[in-house]
Ligand binder design. Structure first.
Ligand code: NAP
Length: 265
């Protein structure tokens, strides 16, 4: 299966784990074969977001985006402990002091018990390559960081990304083809379960491409307003209800004043 996927993606071979580390360079993933992509070629994709009661994931000025309780934070780490890779959009990485890592040792032990690597892979999405490579994430070297980008990224930006990340994958001309990118992550980095932690632009692209399997949503007891405030799925949106992404509620639990929902797609 792995060999087939690698052929389908037309990528270079994945290096041995001993070789992994800073500076695996830039790969281009364009030649996805016309054969149908099987579910087994793709990671299971989980989106985890916390939002206010008025549906916002950050304030309009983007200064505040963390408003969940300690229980919500625990939920985030519990989910990370089940994922091979955690993925975020460029603005989420730029605006937050995040490392996208597994957190305290109890979660790392949980990962090892489940047969996962102690530290999850980290994936940053930046179609134009504008992500700030001075962000904390790129300084924290506990696990490989991969940037997904497009041919819109200039040579200079690609060089900057390649210097900061462990690998840069160019997987689209104008827009990222997430289908290709996910097949590549599965085949080359062994990502079976991918946790996406926003923001709204990235989530919208994944939802509308039909690539999300599960949505974990924490509804927090706040109203923050703001017509410019991001939501769990932004982007251009659908033109009509026929194109809306349909969800089915798997579970819902109230803990304190928060509601923890799990939706499947
Ligand atoms: N409450 C929560 O749970 C939560 C979680 C995460 C984030 N947030 C907040 O949400 C806000 C960020 O959300 P956001 O929607 O503005 O940004 P985002 O999704 O984090 O990042 C957007 C950027 O990611 C890249 N990108 C996303 N989708 C792409 C696609 N389909 N193709 C190519 N590139 C793509 C682009 O980078 P380039 O510009 O480089 O092309 C785009 O400008 C922040 O305030 C953050 O703190 C809240």
């Amino acid at each position: 299966m792995r060999a087939k996927s690698r052929q389908a993606c037309g990528t270079q071979s994945r290096p041995d784990s001993a070789q992994r580390g800073h500076g695996l360079g830039i790969v281009r993933v364009f030649d996805l074969s016309p054969r149908r992509v099987e579910a087994a070629d793709m990671p299971f994709v989980v989106v985890n977001m916390s939002m206010t009661a008025d549906g916002k994931i950050a304030t309009g000025n983007r200064r505040v985006s963390s408003f969940g309780s300690p229980r919500d934070q625990e939920h985030l780490l519990e989910l990370r402990a089940t994922a091979d890779a955690v993925m975020c959009g460029a603005r989420t990485v730029d605006l937050n002091e995040i490392d996208m890592g597994p957190g305290p040792v109890k979660y790392r032990r949980r990962r090892l018990r489940a047969g996962l690597a102690e530290y999850n892979l980290r994936v940053v999405v930046s179609g134009s390559g504008s992500v700030n490579t001075g962000a904390r994430l790129f300084k924290e070297r506990s696990s490989p960081t991969i940037v997904l980008t497009t041919e819109r990224a200039t040579g200079r930006r690609l060089a900057r990304l390649a210097a900061a990340a462990d690998q840069v994958c160019v997987c689209g001309r104008e827009e990222i083809s997430f289908r290709r990118a996910l097949v590549w992550l599965r085949a080359e980095w062994g990502v079976k379960r991918l946790l996406c932690e926003g923001g709204g632009e990235l989530n919208a692209a994944l939802f509308l491409a039909g690539l999300v399997n599960e949505l974990h949503l924490t509804i927090c007891p706040l109203i923050i307003g703001g017509r410019q405030a991001p939501t769990i799925a932004d982007g251009v949106g659908v033109a009509g209800l026929a194109d809306a992404v349909r969800l089915s509620l798997l579970s819902q639990r109230r803990i304190g004043e928060e509601i923890f929902q799990v939706w499947c797609l």
